[in-house]
Design a protein around this ligand. Sequence first.
Ligand code: BES
Ligand code: ZN
Ligand code: ZN
Length: 492
Amino acid sequence: MTFTVTEEKIASVQADCEIVIVVDGNLDHKWVADKTDLETLDFKGKLDSVAFLPHQHRVYTGVDSLDRDEVRLAVANALKAIQRAKYTSVKIGAYVKECPVTNTKAIVEGALLGTYRYDRYKSEKEPFTIDEMLLSLEEYADKRLETEPAKKAAAEAEIIAEVTNHAKEIVNTPPEDMTPVLLGEYAFEMAKELENVTCFIGDENFLEEQKMGAFLAVSRASAHPPRFIHLVYKPENAEKRFVFVGKGLTYDSGGLSLKPSEHMVSMKADKSGAASAISILEGAARMKLPFEVHAIVGACENMIGGNAYKPDDVLTARNGKTIEVRNTDAEGRLVLADCLCYATDQKPDYLVDMATLTGACVVAVGEYTTGVMGHSDPLKEEIMTAAAKSGELTGELPFNRYLRQLLKSNIADLSNISSSRYGGAITAALFLDNFVADDYKEKWIHLDIAGPAYVEKDWGYNQTGASGAGVRMCLYWMKEHTYGDDHHKKEQ
Ligand code: BES
Ligand code: ZN
Ligand code: ZN
């Protein structure tokens, strides 16, 4: 879908159909041309209500307020209601709230995120004919506001939503069609298309050289070799260095600590952290953000076989720490351990890892919310504020020293699982903490996206399957990043 932002009045814009956002039941707004019909239909003009009037070629979609996420949802709902009507273009008027660009941004994001479909393997694809959205900035003219920022914001929103959809596409792809090698090729091809982006792909030999003993052990039983993916976006005069690390398990069978069948289904989504890191880098490069951005991905499969790593094995990670394996299904933290060591060597100003790390996180905060962990309160707050604006849900999970003690091992430096069944999302993060060098602890954030990365039902403007969790929040965060903030407050 392409977006054309225009100063023209909505009434004179030419399109097959008009979307009208109705705010809190206000049917007296000048854009509401069908008040009587809407009253007959008992359209309340509240969130999640839609009325399509095919003869008038208008679709009304309600919000309780002009909150950005309500607007995203309203636009997605409207497009869903008219998707079978075979229109090719739609028009919509943008409202001006306190900030004159948020509404425009939300409309574009709602349209692109809401119309994503994963139909690669469907013989009969549901047709979707709308390929143009015309956005009228009539209210801007009325209020004598500049329209240039809104146009820029629309272009930015388009990038953010498109790369979120790219992350969804990677995650939704079945494991045989998105093996570690294929994920590496995807990243490599993507880099070729982007300015100032380079891509390094490492194989098993590289992992050996790097002494990534934990990552190698997890990968060993798979017929598909592992890949270490390192993408760098480096514009001239970059102001800060952001490093994103993604868990890229293209399949997680659990390994010898095999998952029961019902828990194995959907484990193609265990590459979601990787998909998000790669797509964030794509977004940063396309938005031409003034930062150096890295995406570091550990891609492999956790499988069974004669050469599989075993419970009782002791592994040595890149920083020399030894790990007693007590459960091969806690594999993500092993791959991330080595990737985080490598990531801290890049001397990041900010280090964010993203992973579908624990079922415990889903139990703790529910399936729609990302668990946010780390040592720096201001940094956590900054990311969570950006997430809220982006439409992603987050919840903070606090560290404490008692939970840290649960990772002790009798024979190695630490165990890969906690000795308690409680607090599993936090103990997993505290495991990772062992691989973040001291100087970088305050710069590090761990995002457990096990819930929202992949939900097998529609929710809001997200479709069943992958949602691209982490992408929007991190792009909003970098975009709105305020320089000079002091994130170096010490932990408790
Ligand atoms: N990939 C899973 C976590 C997961 C579970 C993601 C459900 C999405 C939905 C991870 O590798 C795993 O298996 N974790 C174990 C850890 C346990 C063995 C300590 C878990 O959560 O059960
Ligand atoms: Zn696992
Ligand atoms: Zn996993």
